[in-house]
Design a protein around this ligand. Structure first.
Ligand SMILES: Cc1cc2nc3c(=O)[nH]c(=O)nc-3n(C[C@H](O)[C@H](O)[C@H](O)COP(=O)(O)OP(=O)(O)OC[C@H]3O[C@@H](n4cnc5c(N)ncnc54)[C@H](O)[C@@H]3O)c2cc1C
Length: 248
Protein backbone atom coordinates (compact mmCIF):
# COMPACT_ATOMS: atom_id res chain seq x y z
CA UNK A 1 0.00 0.00 0.00
CA UNK A 2 1.32 3.42 -0.99
CA UNK A 3 0.13 6.98 -1.18
CA UNK A 4 0.32 8.65 -4.59
CA UNK A 5 -0.68 12.02 -5.96
CA UNK A 6 -3.07 11.33 -8.82
CA UNK A 7 -4.57 13.81 -11.27
CA UNK A 8 -8.31 13.81 -11.78
CA UNK A 9 -9.19 12.77 -15.33
CA UNK A 10 -12.95 13.00 -14.90
CA UNK A 11 -15.42 13.75 -12.10
CA UNK A 12 -18.81 13.36 -13.66
CA UNK A 13 -22.28 13.44 -12.19
CA UNK A 14 -23.99 10.19 -13.22
CA UNK A 15 -27.38 11.18 -11.83
CA UNK A 16 -28.87 12.52 -8.60
CA UNK A 17 -26.09 12.33 -5.99
CA UNK A 18 -23.96 9.72 -7.76
CA UNK A 19 -20.62 10.51 -9.40
CA UNK A 20 -17.96 8.73 -11.42
CA UNK A 21 -14.44 9.81 -10.51
CA UNK A 22 -11.52 8.75 -12.70
CA UNK A 23 -7.97 9.42 -11.54
CA UNK A 24 -4.59 8.65 -13.06
CA UNK A 25 -3.24 5.29 -11.99
CA UNK A 26 0.19 6.20 -10.61
CA UNK A 27 0.47 3.05 -8.51
CA UNK A 28 3.12 0.38 -9.07
CA UNK A 29 1.03 -2.16 -7.16
CA UNK A 30 -1.65 -4.11 -8.93
CA UNK A 31 -5.21 -3.61 -7.65
CA UNK A 32 -7.58 -6.54 -7.25
CA UNK A 33 -11.39 -6.58 -7.19
CA UNK A 34 -12.60 -5.71 -3.70
CA UNK A 35 -9.67 -3.38 -2.95
CA UNK A 36 -10.51 0.18 -2.01
CA UNK A 37 -8.70 3.50 -2.18
CA UNK A 38 -8.51 5.91 0.74
CA UNK A 39 -8.81 9.50 -0.49
CA UNK A 40 -7.47 12.53 1.36
CA UNK A 41 -9.97 15.33 0.90
CA UNK A 42 -8.79 18.80 1.97
CA UNK A 43 -11.37 20.18 4.41
CA UNK A 44 -12.17 16.95 6.27
CA UNK A 45 -9.95 15.27 8.82
CA UNK A 46 -10.04 11.58 7.95
CA UNK A 47 -9.47 10.00 4.56
CA UNK A 48 -12.58 8.59 2.88
CA UNK A 49 -12.70 4.98 1.60
CA UNK A 50 -14.15 4.01 -1.82
CA UNK A 51 -14.16 0.67 -3.62
CA UNK A 52 -12.40 0.48 -6.95
CA UNK A 53 -14.99 0.11 -9.70
CA UNK A 54 -12.84 0.44 -12.82
CA UNK A 55 -9.18 -0.43 -13.01
CA UNK A 56 -6.77 -0.16 -15.91
CA UNK A 57 -3.02 0.45 -16.17
CA UNK A 58 -3.82 4.11 -16.94
CA UNK A 59 -6.66 4.98 -14.59
CA UNK A 60 -8.71 4.03 -11.54
CA UNK A 61 -12.43 4.74 -11.35
CA UNK A 62 -14.77 4.94 -8.38
CA UNK A 63 -18.51 5.50 -8.18
CA UNK A 64 -19.48 7.55 -5.16
CA UNK A 65 -22.59 8.93 -3.61
CA UNK A 66 -22.57 12.44 -2.17
CA UNK A 67 -23.74 11.96 1.41
CA UNK A 68 -21.80 14.34 3.66
CA UNK A 69 -19.09 16.98 3.76
CA UNK A 70 -16.25 14.86 2.34
CA UNK A 71 -18.14 13.65 -0.71
CA UNK A 72 -19.64 17.14 -1.16
CA UNK A 73 -16.12 18.61 -1.42
CA UNK A 74 -15.03 15.73 -3.66
CA UNK A 75 -17.93 16.33 -6.05
CA UNK A 76 -16.65 19.89 -6.66
CA UNK A 77 -13.15 18.76 -7.73
CA UNK A 78 -12.40 19.32 -11.39
CA UNK A 79 -10.37 17.61 -14.10
CA UNK A 80 -6.66 18.49 -13.72
CA UNK A 81 -6.78 18.89 -9.93
CA UNK A 82 -4.85 16.31 -7.89
CA UNK A 83 -5.80 14.01 -5.02
CA UNK A 84 -3.66 12.20 -2.47
CA UNK A 85 -4.68 8.56 -2.70
CA UNK A 86 -3.74 5.64 -0.49
CA UNK A 87 -4.00 2.24 -2.14
CA UNK A 88 -4.47 -0.54 -2.83
CA UNK A 89 -6.24 -0.98 0.53
CA UNK A 90 -7.86 -4.07 2.01
CA UNK A 91 -8.18 -7.62 0.78
CA UNK A 92 -9.87 -8.82 -2.39
CA UNK A 93 -12.59 -11.18 -3.61
CA UNK A 94 -11.44 -14.74 -4.33
CA UNK A 95 -11.67 -15.33 -8.09
CA UNK A 96 -12.53 -18.74 -9.51
CA UNK A 97 -12.63 -20.09 -13.04
CA UNK A 98 -15.39 -21.66 -15.11
CA UNK A 99 -18.05 -21.35 -12.39
CA UNK A 100 -21.64 -20.23 -12.43
CA UNK A 101 -21.69 -17.17 -10.20
CA UNK A 102 -24.28 -14.69 -8.96
CA UNK A 103 -23.38 -11.08 -8.20
CA UNK A 104 -25.93 -9.17 -6.13
CA UNK A 105 -25.65 -5.43 -5.82
CA UNK A 106 -27.73 -2.70 -4.23
CA UNK A 107 -27.00 1.06 -4.31
CA UNK A 108 -23.30 1.96 -4.23
CA UNK A 109 -22.54 -1.79 -3.97
CA UNK A 110 -22.38 -1.69 -7.74
CA UNK A 111 -18.82 -0.25 -7.58
CA UNK A 112 -16.75 -3.25 -6.40
CA UNK A 113 -18.92 -5.67 -8.39
CA UNK A 114 -18.19 -3.92 -11.70
CA UNK A 115 -14.45 -4.51 -11.21
CA UNK A 116 -15.13 -8.05 -9.99
CA UNK A 117 -17.38 -8.90 -12.95
CA UNK A 118 -14.75 -7.89 -15.51
CA UNK A 119 -12.17 -10.16 -13.83
CA UNK A 120 -14.64 -13.05 -13.50
CA UNK A 121 -15.45 -12.67 -17.18
CA UNK A 122 -11.77 -13.00 -18.13
CA UNK A 123 -11.70 -16.32 -16.21
CA UNK A 124 -14.63 -17.68 -18.22
CA UNK A 125 -17.19 -17.68 -15.42
CA UNK A 126 -20.89 -17.63 -16.29
CA UNK A 127 -22.08 -14.47 -14.55
CA UNK A 128 -25.59 -13.52 -13.45
CA UNK A 129 -25.43 -9.94 -12.26
CA UNK A 130 -28.41 -8.89 -10.11
CA UNK A 131 -28.38 -5.09 -9.99
CA UNK A 132 -30.92 -3.28 -7.86
CA UNK A 133 -31.50 0.45 -7.47
CA UNK A 134 -34.19 2.84 -6.33
CA UNK A 135 -35.14 3.91 -9.86
CA UNK A 136 -34.06 3.90 -13.51
CA UNK A 137 -31.79 6.94 -13.11
CA UNK A 138 -29.66 4.99 -10.63
CA UNK A 139 -28.96 2.11 -13.01
CA UNK A 140 -25.65 3.08 -14.59
CA UNK A 141 -25.81 0.92 -17.71
CA UNK A 142 -23.14 2.93 -19.55
CA UNK A 143 -20.36 1.73 -17.24
CA UNK A 144 -21.32 -1.93 -17.04
CA UNK A 145 -19.06 -4.51 -18.73
CA UNK A 146 -20.65 -6.21 -21.75
CA UNK A 147 -21.08 -9.97 -22.24
CA UNK A 148 -22.72 -10.52 -18.85
CA UNK A 149 -26.33 -11.44 -18.06
CA UNK A 150 -27.84 -8.58 -16.07
CA UNK A 151 -31.05 -8.83 -14.07
CA UNK A 152 -32.19 -5.34 -13.10
CA UNK A 153 -34.68 -4.30 -10.48
CA UNK A 154 -35.90 -0.95 -9.25
CA UNK A 155 -38.00 -0.14 -6.20
CA UNK A 156 -40.46 1.86 -8.30
CA UNK A 157 -40.50 -0.49 -11.32
CA UNK A 158 -39.14 2.21 -13.66
CA UNK A 159 -36.48 -0.19 -15.01
CA UNK A 160 -36.19 -3.98 -14.95
CA UNK A 161 -38.38 -5.87 -12.51
CA UNK A 162 -40.18 -4.06 -9.73
CA UNK A 163 -39.00 -4.84 -6.22
CA UNK A 164 -36.06 -5.54 -4.01
CA UNK A 165 -33.11 -7.18 -5.79
CA UNK A 166 -32.77 -9.93 -3.18
CA UNK A 167 -36.43 -10.94 -3.60
CA UNK A 168 -35.90 -11.01 -7.39
CA UNK A 169 -32.71 -13.08 -6.96
CA UNK A 170 -34.65 -15.66 -4.93
CA UNK A 171 -37.10 -16.25 -7.80
CA UNK A 172 -34.27 -17.51 -10.05
CA UNK A 173 -33.08 -21.10 -10.15
CA UNK A 174 -30.42 -21.37 -7.49
CA UNK A 175 -27.67 -23.41 -9.09
CA UNK A 176 -24.91 -20.84 -8.66
CA UNK A 177 -21.67 -22.19 -7.29
CA UNK A 178 -20.54 -18.91 -5.72
CA UNK A 179 -22.39 -15.77 -4.65
CA UNK A 180 -20.85 -12.31 -4.30
CA UNK A 181 -22.69 -9.31 -2.86
CA UNK A 182 -22.12 -5.63 -2.08
CA UNK A 183 -24.42 -2.87 -0.92
CA UNK A 184 -26.50 -1.95 2.11
CA UNK A 185 -25.94 -3.99 5.27
CA UNK A 186 -29.49 -5.38 5.24
CA UNK A 187 -28.89 -6.84 1.77
CA UNK A 188 -25.55 -8.34 2.81
CA UNK A 189 -27.10 -9.86 5.90
CA UNK A 190 -29.93 -11.47 3.91
CA UNK A 191 -27.56 -12.85 1.27
CA UNK A 192 -25.17 -14.16 3.95
CA UNK A 193 -27.93 -15.94 5.88
CA UNK A 194 -29.56 -17.24 2.69
CA UNK A 195 -27.30 -20.20 1.96
CA UNK A 196 -24.84 -22.12 4.02
CA UNK A 197 -24.27 -24.64 1.24
CA UNK A 198 -22.20 -22.46 -1.05
CA UNK A 199 -19.60 -19.77 -0.58
CA UNK A 200 -20.96 -16.24 -0.20
CA UNK A 201 -18.47 -13.35 -0.32
CA UNK A 202 -19.55 -9.88 0.73
CA UNK A 203 -17.94 -6.45 0.65
CA UNK A 204 -18.53 -4.81 4.04
CA UNK A 205 -18.52 -1.09 4.74
CA UNK A 206 -17.79 0.33 8.16
CA UNK A 207 -16.78 3.68 9.59
CA UNK A 208 -13.00 3.69 9.53
CA UNK A 209 -10.19 6.01 10.57
CA UNK A 210 -6.64 5.00 9.60
CA UNK A 211 -7.58 2.53 6.84
CA UNK A 212 -4.30 0.64 7.41
CA UNK A 213 -5.21 -1.74 10.21
CA UNK A 214 -3.57 0.27 12.98
CA UNK A 215 -6.43 1.86 14.92
CA UNK A 216 -8.99 -1.00 15.13
CA UNK A 217 -11.75 1.58 14.62
CA UNK A 218 -13.60 -0.49 12.01
CA UNK A 219 -13.85 -3.98 13.52
CA UNK A 220 -16.63 -6.51 12.94
CA UNK A 221 -17.29 -9.63 14.95
CA UNK A 222 -16.49 -12.92 13.24
CA UNK A 223 -17.57 -16.43 14.27
CA UNK A 224 -14.63 -18.28 15.69
CA UNK A 225 -14.18 -20.65 18.58
CA UNK A 226 -15.31 -19.21 21.89
CA UNK A 227 -17.03 -15.83 21.85
CA UNK A 228 -15.88 -14.88 18.36
CA UNK A 229 -13.11 -12.63 17.23
CA UNK A 230 -12.91 -9.05 15.95
CA UNK A 231 -11.55 -8.41 12.44
CA UNK A 232 -10.65 -5.09 10.84
CA UNK A 233 -12.76 -4.14 7.82
CA UNK A 234 -9.89 -2.03 6.43
CA UNK A 235 -7.15 -4.66 6.63
CA UNK A 236 -8.67 -8.15 7.13
CA UNK A 237 -11.60 -7.04 4.93
CA UNK A 238 -13.54 -5.43 3.39
CA UNK A 239 -14.25 -8.83 1.78
CA UNK A 240 -15.53 -11.47 4.18
CA UNK A 241 -17.25 -14.83 3.97
CA UNK A 242 -20.86 -13.96 4.73
CA UNK A 243 -21.47 -16.98 6.93
CA UNK A 244 -18.67 -15.93 9.30
CA UNK A 245 -20.12 -12.53 10.20
CA UNK A 246 -21.93 -12.15 13.52
CA UNK A 247 -24.68 -9.68 12.62
CA UNK A 248 -25.77 -7.32 15.39
C1 LIG B 1 -14.39 -0.32 2.24
C2 LIG B 1 -15.38 0.78 1.90
C3 LIG B 1 -15.73 0.97 0.57
C4 LIG B 1 -16.64 1.98 0.23
N1 LIG B 1 -16.96 2.14 -1.08
C5 LIG B 1 -17.82 3.10 -1.44
C6 LIG B 1 -18.15 3.30 -2.82
O1 LIG B 1 -17.66 2.60 -3.72
N2 LIG B 1 -19.01 4.31 -3.12
C7 LIG B 1 -19.57 5.11 -2.15
O2 LIG B 1 -20.35 6.00 -2.48
N3 LIG B 1 -19.28 4.92 -0.85
C8 LIG B 1 -18.42 3.96 -0.47
N4 LIG B 1 -18.11 3.79 0.86
C9 LIG B 1 -18.73 4.70 1.83
C10 LIG B 1 -17.98 6.02 1.80
O3 LIG B 1 -16.69 5.84 2.35
C11 LIG B 1 -18.74 7.07 2.62
O4 LIG B 1 -19.97 7.32 2.00
C12 LIG B 1 -17.93 8.36 2.69
O5 LIG B 1 -16.78 8.17 3.46
C13 LIG B 1 -18.79 9.46 3.29
O6 LIG B 1 -17.99 10.58 3.52
P1 LIG B 1 -18.65 12.01 3.79
O7 LIG B 1 -17.63 12.90 4.38
O8 LIG B 1 -19.34 12.50 2.56
O9 LIG B 1 -19.82 11.67 4.80
P2 LIG B 1 -19.91 11.91 6.35
O10 LIG B 1 -21.16 11.23 6.80
O11 LIG B 1 -19.78 13.37 6.66
O12 LIG B 1 -18.69 11.14 6.93
C14 LIG B 1 -18.38 11.17 8.27
C15 LIG B 1 -17.52 9.97 8.57
O13 LIG B 1 -18.26 8.78 8.41
C16 LIG B 1 -17.63 7.91 7.47
N5 LIG B 1 -18.70 7.26 6.72
C17 LIG B 1 -19.88 7.81 6.37
N6 LIG B 1 -20.63 6.88 5.73
C18 LIG B 1 -19.91 5.76 5.67
C19 LIG B 1 -20.13 4.46 5.13
N7 LIG B 1 -21.26 4.13 4.51
N8 LIG B 1 -19.16 3.54 5.26
C20 LIG B 1 -18.03 3.85 5.87
N9 LIG B 1 -17.75 5.05 6.42
C21 LIG B 1 -18.67 5.99 6.30
C22 LIG B 1 -16.76 8.81 6.65
O14 LIG B 1 -15.67 8.12 6.04
C23 LIG B 1 -16.30 9.81 7.68
O15 LIG B 1 -15.24 9.30 8.44
C24 LIG B 1 -17.21 2.80 1.24
C25 LIG B 1 -16.87 2.60 2.58
C26 LIG B 1 -15.97 1.59 2.90
C27 LIG B 1 -15.61 1.37 4.33
Amino acid sequence: MNSEICKILKNKNLSDDFYLLKIENNFKEVFLPGNFIHIKIEGVFLRRPFSVAIYTKKFIGIIYKKIGLGTEILSKKRKGESLNILGPCGNSFPIFENKKVALISGGTGIAPLIFLSSELKKRKNKIYFFYGARNKKLIFSEILPSGIDYIFSTDDGSFGQKGNIFDIFKTYKDDYEIIYAAGPEQLLKKVSLYSSKKPVYISLENYMACGMGLCYGCVVKIKEEGDGKYKRVCKDGPIFEGEKIIWE
